[in-house]
Design a protein around this ligand. Structure first.
Ligand code: PEP
Ligand code: MN
Length: 342
């Protein structure tokens, strides 16, 4: 870490800072300039809050040099992580390799007929994984909350008939065994990105986890949430940029495309993009999907419904089947231009 003392800071103040750094296990290197004294700390082992230095007498600024996440850091696996999913009758799918993986389907599983149609549409379009919530985190308690286990059963059957893998959301600890039974990837929704008990428990399972960015979460917070899962021994974590809340309210969220290359640099974990929740409007989904692929996303998570106008949730952002097919064609053209296949 680095601490810059204020101009005219007293020797006692400098010494207090040095003592604190030593307490934290740092070797302190002091550089006395004409105006400022700068203290460089190396080798600290303990976790610390940089603000404790910022508020000390005589300190002008303090900076952390090492990132607070270790296992999620790119330096942990410089070559990047490829998450292998499925098997057991399905051709395994890899996320984080050369191939860009499309996960698509309705916001919620509604009926057997609806999820069967969705599975046919997404498989025909070239998606490898079907999405659909059986447990739905809805803003209003009066909105459709999902079919629960029955929804998972229906989606698993529809997926198996169409050679697809399944991603579905887990909302709390008690649902983990059910999701493990029916899904190939467990999704942690934006609202739960900082549910640390849930994350810790997902570190203990041996199934991939799709971790969505919280609506007001920084990239560092997203990576620290991933760290919880990795620290438990589950290294199969896929990150997801799904838009963040900003002052702009034309779109439902602001799709942070720049998070994709930023995460790629900071972390070895694969990152996918969700332009459906990222924009909230179906006419904006295709442009953002194309942009995310071009920006380096390892996959796309998108909502598609056979009849979006009658969907029980997120109809306005769900693609019509023909739009999905057209978009898949465009993605197949973009992928080779950025050195990827789809
Ligand atoms: C979803 O993917 O169905 C969902 C609820 O997304 P988010 O958690 O990103 O809002
Ligand atoms: Mn949705």
């Amino acid at each position: 870490m680095l601490v810059v003392m204020q101009e005219g800071a007293s020797e006692a103040q400098v010494q207090q800072v040095i003592d604190r750094m030593v307490q934290l296990g740092f070797n302190v290197h002091r550089s006395t300039g004409v105006v400022h004294t700068v203290l460089g700390g190396v080798g600290g082992k303990q976790e610390f809050d940089v603000a404790t230095f910022e508020v000390m007498e005589g300190v002008q600024e303090a900076h952390r040099i090492m990132s607070p996440y270790k296992l999620a850091n790119r330096t942990f696996r410089p070559g990047g992580t490829v998450v292998k999913i499925g098997g057991g009758g399905h051709p395994p799918v890899e996320i984080g390799g050369n191939q860009v993986v499309v996960m698509a389907g309705p916001c919620s599983v509604e009926t057997r007929d609806q999820i069967e149609r969705a599975a046919e549409i997404v498989a025909r379009g070239g998606a490898k994984i079907i999405r659909g919530g059986a447990f739905k985190p809805r803003t209003s308690p009066y909105s459709f909350q999902g079919l629960g286990e029955n929804g998972l059963e229906l989606m698993r059957a529809a997926a198996d008939r169409n050679g697809l893998l399944v991603v579905s959301e887990v909302m709390d600890l008690t649902q983990i065994p059910l999701l493990v039974q029916y899904a190939d990837i467990l999704q942690v929704g934006a609202r739960n990105m900082q549910n640390y008990n849930l994350l810790r428990e997902l570190g203990r399972i041996r199934k991939p986890v799709l971790l969505k960015r919280g609506i007001a979460a920084t990239i560092e917070e997203l990576l620290l949430s991933a760290e919880y899962i990795l620290a438990g021994g589950n290294y199969d974590v896929i990150l997801c940029e799904r838009g963040i809340r900003t002052f702009e309210n034309y779109t439902r969220n602001t799709m942070d495309i720049s998070a994709i290359p930023v995460v790629k640099k900071l972390s070895h974990l694969p990152i996918v993009a969700d332009p459906s929740h990222g924009t909230g409007r179906r006419d904006k989904v295709a442009p953002m999907a194309r942009a995310a692929l071009a920006a380096g996303a390892d996959g796309l998570l998108m909502e598609v419904h056979h009849d979006p106008d009658h969907a029980l949730s997120d109809g306005a952002q769900s693609l019509y089947p023909a739009q999905f097919e057209e978009l898949m064609g465009q993605l197949r053209m973009i992928a080779p231009a950025v050195g990827r296949s789809i």
